[in-house]
Design a protein around this ligand. Structure first.
Ligand code: MRU
Length: 370
């Protein structure tokens, strides 16, 4: 996607030069998402431990991107020690680094299933190749999601013949993936196809991925958008100012329960209620197949919800009027804080799941080819 008119992915690799140079040795580079929207900075990640830190601190974030980053984490681990024991340990540490997004477990398992049958001497090269393949596949999945979602937006546009207002939550754009995004892929496709779309961007407390990341990337691509407080979504739906909701997901069950960034459930409830009382607001989740956990049926019972540090609520960072960055405390001293990072929207509130294979009603998800 475009940053200052230049094409970027969120993650890539570069060769390591210097002593003991080998064409196989690589380092990983990512767009540091903790610095956006004020500073565009590339972070270099040179070993497994640094990758785990980058995932935990959310320099890289978003379920598909975490999956890609974890695959590269395994590749970095092979450079340190390609033996079975170390790779198993690396896999365990990576999977534990963020528990909710299932893409992480999926990609790490895929890496192990490719690497462990190989002779140890072949593993470094194979690991870089497999991780690169996971990244390329992610892009293809997201482009297909974009095309299927575009059909939904186009159908609404043909009916309404004026601006289509789409509400989204958190960041499920290209920053959350290797490229194109999940929830934002249909929006980019619609915008590029000349459809008049406008995006309501929920700020997404506590980390403000909507305000900081979604607003930034939509702006880079020239898509009209407006940031709203998280609490404004229900009101806008009630007032008929939202034509559809599209969110991403961190894990979807085989029965179509959608686990996504905290606050998504409230958007789904408001969309459902608005639809009951006159303003149709279909609620879609855009989901590549690695985000589906086929082993789970009941998301509320069985998806582990990550509990993050309370400091994410207590402190806010931003740019002061003089241009310098600052972090300020907004809570009374000693206040207790709870910070669940995700919630589960039950399938009954979900209109459809936009996948690379097409749009499925939640109760039809099991008919997807696997
Ligand atoms: O905590 P994050 O920022 O890694 O959360 C993931 C998300 O950005 C969202 O929940 C998103 O909608 C799903 S990822 C495409």
């Amino acid at each position: 996607m475009l940053v200052n008119h230049q094409q970027y992915r969120t993650i890539w690799t570069s060769p390591v030069f210097g002593q003991g140079f080998s064409t196989e040795l690589r380092t990983v580079e990512v767009i540091d998402q903790t610095k956006l929207p004020h500073v565009f900075e590339i972070a270099k990640i040179g070993n497994l431990q640094q990758m785990i830190t980058a995932i935990k601190t959310m320099q890289v974030r978003g379920a598909p991107l975490i999956g890609a980053a974890a695959a590269y984490g395994v590749a970095l681990a092979t450079q340190q020690d390609s033996g079975d024991e170390y790779l198993q340990l690396a896999a365990k540490l990576l999977v534990q680094s963020r528990p909710t997004a299932v893409n992480l477990r999926w990609s790490v398992q895929r890496m192990l299933s490719v690497l462990l049958p190989l002779p140890v001497a072949d593993r470094v090269r194979a690991a870089w190749a497999e991780a690169a393949l996971i990244c390329d596949e992610d892009i293809l999945l997201n482009q297909a999601i974009g095309a299927h979602g575009l059909d939904l937006i186009r159908a609404l546009y043909l009916k309404k013949s004026s601006t289509i207002h789409i509400l989204t939550h958190c960041n499920a754009g290209w920053l959350a993936t290797v490229d194109f995004g999940t929830a934002l892929a249909p929006i980019y496709a619609a915008h590029d196809a000349g459809i008049d779309v406008h995006v309501w961007v929920g700020e997404t407390r506590p980390r403000n991925q909507g305000a900081s990341l979604t607003a930034w990337e939509l702006g880079q691509h020239g898509v009209p958008h407006t940031v709203i407080s998280d609490n404004a979504g229900g009101h806008l739906m009630q007032q008929g100012q939202v034509d559809m909701v599209i969110v991403g997901a961190d894990r979807v069950t085989a029965t179509g329960d959608v686990c996504n960034k905290i606050g998504t459930y409230l958007k789904a409830l408001a969309a459902f209620d608005s639809s009951q009382s006159g303003h149709q607001v279909p609620f879609y989740a855009a989901v590549p197949s690695p985000t589906i956990d086929w082993a789970i049926e009941d998301g509320i019972q069985h998806i582990e919800i990550e509990e993050r540090d309370g400091d994410e609520l207590a402190w806010m960072s931003g740019r002061l009027a003089d241009g310098t960055m600052a972090t300020v405390n907004i809570l009374p001293h000693g206040t207790k804080v709870a910070n669940p990072a995700f919630d589960v929207t039950p399938a009954r509130l979900v209109t459809g799941i936009i996948t690379e294979q097409g749009v499925f009603a939640p109760n039809q998800l099991k008919t997807m080819k696997r």
